[in-house]
Design a protein. Structure first.
Lengths: 189, 338
């Protein structure tokens, strides 16, 4: 079959590839763009290992014909790191908190979690909300809890400093009150 | 690795271009919207079209309009967008619920309401690779002459598996269908037919162009209950949708649909008689649950035990009705005091 030109924005850069129109986006990313972070698990939409962001939404790249991605803005796991390759808060949280074991599911999970973090900017999604957002990603190793913890930790970190301070405020007030009580107690003695 | 077969990609930008293409080549074309059903099926060589017609760029088919007569939804609206739409959440909560129970998040981001309604039926002997099907021998639905589920049967009994369709039936929803020559509107209930090979009334060249939920369904109470192996992603092995209008403690217009059993969703009949005077109390719920179990007969078309699925019919009917009344899934056990 003749090849066609497909153009998209991939992790911030314009890319143009000439591929068979029915080549799966997953294979285009891995073979034509040499980005092998995106994995194939099942090839049938069941496992989420191939998850990428298409125009900001998580989707299974194993189910998407290359032509479908023409004109789209794509983000793969390689696009999550900060400029210069430093890990993002989300990636760092997975490392620190043991969110990855064998690692085959990790790129897809990071991408699904990224969609959730973009959607819930400014607040920390609850345990159930994180589980719901990751429902399309299978992990056979971790038992999921550490993944959920890592996503929530990253969300906490991403909150603007002001919002974080507001969350801390009740505690700060409590401490002040405790200090006053202690002072009163000292005076009474 | 499961690859896609070869075909020509056609990408109309307007409904006119789409209808023109289909008028000339309907028999050799397969439409794809989100592709989450069509693409796996293509990989299994269940469809072998010459043209793959991507309808996802026909922007005029993507709209949600809340109007006085009801809610108008374009077929390209994704299940994720439908489930999050404020009007759907407010007025048609069971539709939100059903759409959020389809597959997993990535598939709901791609999958459309049109594709969900036109979802191919499912069967243990059909949703398999070409290699698998060839080894056993092909079946009626694709390339063969026998049915492996009902060997003497002349008809395919593969399971209707869409989550939104049963709910849309209980809401008296309609679909608008267009072809180059005509435009017609059919109730979602009569959109489906009891033939697993092609379980809807779409003729070659016809496209679903709108889903319409009438305003009278807005105030209905309802419930949607789905039984599936894994809560995170699987197709239903049984689904139950219920809706009714409620006026001063009494219910009217009650609709109960049980699906994922056969090629056509089953509307449970005789509800008015079972709901003596429109009182939906524990006794009525029990009568309806038993009637539904009598009217439904699962077969071994999908890989889950048919006796189990049958035993779960009254359980899931009870839950759907209790959900509609805002009650917890199970009635509290009576406390026996000695
Ligand atoms: C792992 C997995 C799990 C799934 N679980 C579920 C589930 O639990 N419940 C469920 O309901 N579905 C499930 N699905 C199926 C699918 O994801 C959804 O039904 C989805 O809504 C299909 O929409 P689509 O746009 O992707 O359809 P497509 O694949 O694009 O199309 C499906 C069919 O509809 C036809 N079609 C599409 N749009 C139109 C139109 N406007 N007019 C006429 N014909 C049209 C196509 O020609 C094709 O035959 C699952 C899929 C996978 C891969
Ligand atoms: S029900 Fe029978 S004919 Fe239909 S897909 Fe299954 S085996 Fe084939
Ligand atoms: S490889 Fe795409 S979902 Fe499993
Ligand atoms: S870390 Fe091994 S599958 Fe998730």
């Amino acid at each position: 079959m003749s090849r066609i030109a497909v153009t998209f924005t991939l992790n911030g850069a314009r890319r143009r590839v000439r591929v068979a129109p029915m080549k799966r986006l997953l294979d285009v990313l891995r073979e034509d763009c040499a980005l092998t972070g995106t994995k194939e698990g099942c090839g049938e939409g069941e496992c989420g290992a191939c998850t990428v962001l298409i125009d900001g939404r998580a989707a299974n790249s194993c189910l998407i014909p290359a032509v479908h991605a023409d004109g789209a803005t794509l983000v793969t796991v390689e696009g999550l790191a900060r400029r210069g390759g430093a890990l993002s808060a989300l990636q760092q949280a997975f490392v620190t908190m043991g969110g990855a074991q064998c690692g085959i599911c990790t790129p897809g999970i990071l991408v699904s979690a990224q969609e959730l973090l973009l959607r819930s900017r400014g607040r920390v999604p609850g345990d159930a909300e994180v589980r719901e957002a990751l429902a399309g990603n299978l992990c056979r190793c971790t038992g999921y809890q550490k993944i959920v913890d890592a996503v929530r930790a990253a969300a906490r970190e991403a909150m603007p400093a002001r919002a974080r301070a507001a969350r801390r405020a009740p505690k700060a007030r409590a401490t002040a009150k405790a200090r006053r009580t202690a002072k009163r107690a000292r005076r009474a003695r | 690795m499961l690859t896609l077969p070869r075909f020509e990609w056609v990408e109309p930008r307007t409904l006119d271009q789409l209808l023109d293409h289909l008028a000339a080549h309907a028999a050799e074309s397969l439409m794809v919207a989100g592709g989450t059903d069509a693409v796996p099926n293509l990989k299994h060589r269940l469809h072998e079209p010459r043209y793959l017609v991507h309808i996802g760029r026909v922007e005029e088919l993507r709209f949600v309009r809340d109007e006085a007569d009801g809610l108008h939804v374009g077929p390209l609206v994704t299940l994720a967008d439908l489930a999050r739409h404020p009007v759907v959440r407010r007025d048609f909560a069971t539709l939100t619920r059903a759409a959020s129970l389809v597959a997993g998040p990535q598939l709901r981001n791609m999958g459309t309401i049109g594709g969900n309604l036109c979802l191919d039926t499912r069967c243990t002997y059909y949703n398999q690779t070409f290699f698998w099907r060839e080894a056993l021998g092909f079946c009626l639905k694709k390339d063969g002459a026998v049915c492996h589920v009902v060997p003497q049967g002349k008809r395919c009994v593969a399971a209707h598996s869409s989550d939104t369709a049963p709910v849309l039936i209980t809401l008296d929803a309609e679909v608008e269908i267009r072809s180059r020559a005509a435009r017609r509107t059919v109730p979602v209930e009569s959109f489906f037919v009891a033939d697993g090979i092609h379980n809807n009334v779409l003729a070659p060249g016809e496209v679903v162009t709108r889903v319409f939920v009438p305003a009278r369904a807005r105030a209905r109470i309802g419930g949607y209950q789905k039984l599936r192996p894994r809560g995170a992603i699987d197709f239903p092995m049984l689904s139950v949708a219920f809706a009714a209008s409620r006026r001063d403690g009494h219910v009217a217009d009650a609709r109960l649909v049980v699906s994922a059993l056969a090629a056509k969703p089953r509307s449970v009949t005789g509800l008015d008689a079972l709901l003596a005077d429109g009182v939906l109390d524990d006794a009525a719920i029990e009568r309806i649950a038993q009637a539904a179990a009598k009217q439904c007969r699962p077969v071994i078309n999908i890989p889950y035990d048919e006796d189990y699925r049958h035993a779960m019919v009254p359980v899931f009917v009870r839950r759907a009705l209790r959900e509609a009344l805002g009650l917890p899934p199970r009635a509290a056990r009576e406390v026996v005091t000695a």
